[in-house]
Write a protein that binds this ligand. Sequence first.
Ligand code: 0O2
Length: 219
Amino acid sequence: MYKIQADELERYINEFTSIQLLYKSALREINTKLEILNDEFQSMHEYNPIEHIKSRVKTPKSIIDKLIRKGFPLSLDVARKELNDLAGVRVICSFIDDIYMIADMLISQDDVTLIKMTDYIKNPKPNGYRSLHLVVEIPVYFSNRMERVRVEVQIRTVAMDFWASLEHKLRYKYDGTAPEDVVEELRECSEQIRILDEKMTQINRTIRGTTARNLSVSE
Ligand code: 0O2
């Protein structure tokens, strides 16, 4: 078990505070982009693809846990280089089609650089986790400099988010080692949610008179 000295922890927290502004600013930029897309859709099509948006800068404890989990040394420089989710945005959409549409619209913006995309909807994790993950880099302008900052954007439906929240809670409860029957039940719930999401998406297409959108973003 890795033990952190008090002075090391204090230095780490001080360093963390100094870069928090950078990541908070990047989150504001991304949030604004997403809100504009949602508002434009509402105004042009009377339709909101985004139910809600949550964002956070990763806490010091969560950064330490992840560095240890991934076998990296405890350094903020390493965290900034190796962890993609120091700044994270979670975008909750109504339907599966909306996820790919929002992702497409975001990454096609000139100042947004796509670093990595992981499609856990087409290829769910073995435990049943489903979500579209984008790591993007955006410029943040300060008084005397511009910095390019990475942000992880997780886009998923309300149902996928419901599953992920419960699974996250259970994982904490069992300290990462849930009994196999619980793991299996969660997998089954994920499958039921997949069926439900696909049905709801189909109903939405029928109501709105649309066909499957171009999902090229994940192909
Ligand atoms: P927390 O506490 O939510 O911050 P990589 O980006 O490939 O270098 P990483 O970061 O492990 O490596 O990638 P991945 O798998 O995309 O996971 C990033 C985040 O996605 C996680 O952050 C979770 O928020 C979420 N996530 C991934 N897998 C699962 C899962 O099985 N269940 C749930 N509930 N969430 C998941 P953290 O830091 O692990 O956790």
